[in-house]
Ligand binder design. Structure first.
Ligand SMILES: *[C@@H]1O[C@H](CO)[C@@H](O)[C@H](O)[C@H]1NC(C)=O
Ligand SMILES: *[C@@H]1O[C@H](CO)[C@@H](O)[C@H](O)[C@H]1NC(C)=O
Ligand SMILES: *[C@@H]1O[C@H](CO)[C@@H](O)[C@H](O)[C@H]1NC(C)=O
Length: 606
């Protein structure tokens, strides 16, 4: 053993001298008891964690430990680590962290500050060669060798969530939804001094979509590394910067069903063009022409991309595609002013409602764009505003009235889904704020109810009930998000499964990331294994950013007004607190309800 150790030490010193950028890995020393695993395989950069909830780990069999850290049992019988404890950099990390953005403004949270953190989150998700102004010290270049099937580089873009995959569908959705929040509430971004950050994020996403569109017939749909499948890639736990193998790539090609994916990519590019056209007309022009090419292909390839790229099923399965075509046409119409595109959008929107039943109809997300298309359509064809915004009223009513399996927890959080619930809540809050924006001063009571719903839910996200579900922001924020890079410590250090198992907070604070949040009973565990409640994702922060911008923009009824009107529960007067006097002050009456009922969808056909 001694001889072996000396050999490895010398080898390590030589290797370290040759590769100054390499990670500080210890020499390989102790043998691992048969059947157990320890500390990872020093010669294999792909460290995998076979199970998130136990230390059992087949892939580590036969691995070794650094000098002075013999393999020893840490937790249960299957849990072995080098030195019998967590690596030094993961020891004694705090159980809680202090939040940024804790200053309260007029009894409400500092939404502009939180918006800045949300922009930081997108920068922490970057892969590729990072720009000189990268604000995330614990992220470095990654995936530089990723290439499309024709050999062109597709380095760049974002990791989807806490993992090392790229999914074009939700990334494109996130871009267009970020743009939606920006065009509705630019003052929110301005007040928070986040306009440049928003634009940099959209440009980062668009630059990658241009690479993913590596030929006029092809679009990269998903990538992952390391490993042969997405599930294998999910076993990896470590610095994304340590992955040496180029990503596996799946592509949507000509003739394959995939209108949803192609149309969302078109929408993302057109939406980015809308935001960037004044700063950089040439770039915006390029984005529009690529968007038009994608849209044309989308119209020829109706059907679901998840049928053509089966690897994405179970991650980002798609359920409809006509709403995506409407979304793309509407964004292209906004980017170009082309009335033909606006008319196409209207027709696709109507077809979506008849053929796809309006989608799932209870929420806005990458699978259900109907409410968002309605908002865009009212910008394009203002005369039909009432009809185009009817879906927002219908769906918001489902939420406020706890219909269709939607409910409020005892602490007032709206609940619709076990996985990533707060993303759907944020999205509906955004829809409510968009409705207010569209109607400006009209229907003041409805505007008040909608603003109080959005504020109440945003307050809960930022810690009103004692815990913030936005990492590093607000009151007592969650600190163990399911996120590899954030769990890993400094880039110069090694990272492996012990970072997943570390009982303390993540050493790298993933500021601004909205986690999934509590279950239907209001229970939540700030646990790194708990990906349903405690992961993060590009799409989870997209609508949320718009909500923060809407609340930071000014012009929405304030929290003071919500309280004065008895609407502090954010539920539009379902609360027994809503006294007759408060209702009268708030202007509640039959007018709003009658107005809501007056516009049947059929009127659109007129
Ligand atoms: C470590 O990983 C390398 C590369 O995958 C493999 O060839 C080697 O056998 C592994 N070593 C042990 C001791 O498992
Ligand atoms: C968090 O607060 C620290 C200290 O004020 C500041 O330096 C940092 O920029 C903040 N981070 C974000 C993302 O807001
Ligand atoms: C990219 O590939 C080259 C050649 O295969 C390799 O030498 C290099 O280390 C790789 N770079 C990264 C960042 O993985």
């Amino acid at each position: 053993m001694a001889g072996l150790s000396g050999y490895w030490s010398v080898a390590w010193v030589l290797l370290a001298a040759l590769l100054p950028a390499a990670r500080a890995q210890g020499a390989c020393l102790a043998a691992v008891p048969a059947g157990n695993q320890c500390g990872g395989n020093e010669s294999n950069p792909i460290l995998t964690c076979a199970s998130f909830s136990s230390c059992a780990n087949q892939a580590w069999d036969g691995a070794c430990c650094p000098a002075g850290a013999p393999c020893a049992q840490l937790g249960g019988p299957t849990c072995w680590t080098c030195g019998g404890q967590l690596p030094a950099y993961l020891r004694d990390l705090p159980d809680t962290i202090e939040g940024n953005c804790t200053r309260m403004v007029n009894g409400d949270f500092d939404y502009g500050c939180a918006l800045g953190a949300s922009m930081f989150f997108y920068m922490a998700q970057r892969t590729g060669r990072l720009p000189a102004d990268n604000p995330v010290p614990w992220r470095g270049d990654s995936g530089l060798n990723d290439t499309a099937p024709n050999g062109q580089s597709i380095s760049g873009g974002w990791f989807d969530a806490g993992d090392t995959t790229r999914f074009t569908f939700p990334a494109a959705y996130s871009m267009a939804t970020l743009a939606l929040g920006f065009i509705a509430f630019p003052e929110g971004y301005q007040r928070a001094t986040q306009v440049a950050e928003l634009k940099a994020n959209l440009r980062w996403g668009a630059d990658w979509l241009l690479k993913a569109r590596y030929s006029p017939q092809h679009l990269v749909a998903a990538t992952w590394a390391p490993g042969a499948s997405i599930r294998q890639a999910h076993l990896f736990w470590g610095h994304p910067e340590d992955i040496r193998t180029p990503a596996s790539v799946r592509v949507l090609g000509p003739g394959q069903p995939g209108a949803d994916l192609l149309a969302q990519a078109a929408a993302a590019l057109a939406a980015t063009a809308v935001v960037l056209r004044q700063d950089d007309p040439d770039y915006a022009g390029l984005l529009v022409s690529e968007a038009q090419g994608l849209f044309t292909q989308a119209k020829d390839q109706e059907g679901l991309y998840s049928d053509s790229v089966p690897e994405v099923a179970g991650f980002y399965t798609s359920f409809s595609f006509i709403d995506d075509l409407a979304w793309a046409a509407a964004w292209i119409a906004l980017a170009t002013g082309d009335e033909g595109a606006a008319e196409e959008a209207r027709l696709y929107w109507l077809r979506h409602i008849t053929d796809e039943g309006g989608g799932e109809g209870r929420r806005f997300d990458y699978n259900n764009l109907q409410q968002g298309v309605g908002y865009l359509m009212h910008l394009l064809q203002p005369a039909k505003k009432d009809q185009y915004l009817q879906p927002i009223r219908d769906v918001t009513a489902l939420w406020l009235e706890e219909r269709s399996d939607i409910k409020f927890t005892s602490k007032g959080m709206a609940y619709i889904d076990t996985w990533g619930n707060l993303r759907y809540v944020a999205n509906q809050a955004l829809m409510a704020l968009l409705h207010n924006k569209a109607y400006k001063g009209e229907y003041p009571h409805r505007a008040l109810v909608y603003a109080c719903f959005a504020r109440k839910q945003a307050r809960i996200m930022l810690g009103e009930t004692g815990r913030s579900y936005v990492v590093g922001v607000g009151t007592n924020p969650v600190c163990r998000p399911h996120h590899r890079a954030s769990s890993c410590g400094a880039l110069s250090g090694r990272c492996d499964c012990s970072a997943l198992r570390n009982p303390g907070c993540n050493p790298n604070v993933l500021y601004g990331a909205l986690v999934g949040g509590p279950n239907a009973d209001g229970e939540f565990k700030d646990d790194r294994n708990n990906y349903e409640q405690n992961e993060v994702a590009l799409d989870w922060n997209a609508g949320f950013s718009g909500v923060l911008a809407g609340l930071a923009a000014g012009g929405m009824p304030s929290w003071e007004e919500c309280r004065a009107a008895g609407l502090a529960d954010g539920r539009g007067g379902a609360s027994p607190d809503l006294s007759g006097a408060a209702a009268a002050r708030a202007g509640w009456g039959a007018a709003a309800a009658a107005a809501a009922a007056a516009f049947a969808l059929g009127a659109l056909l007129a």
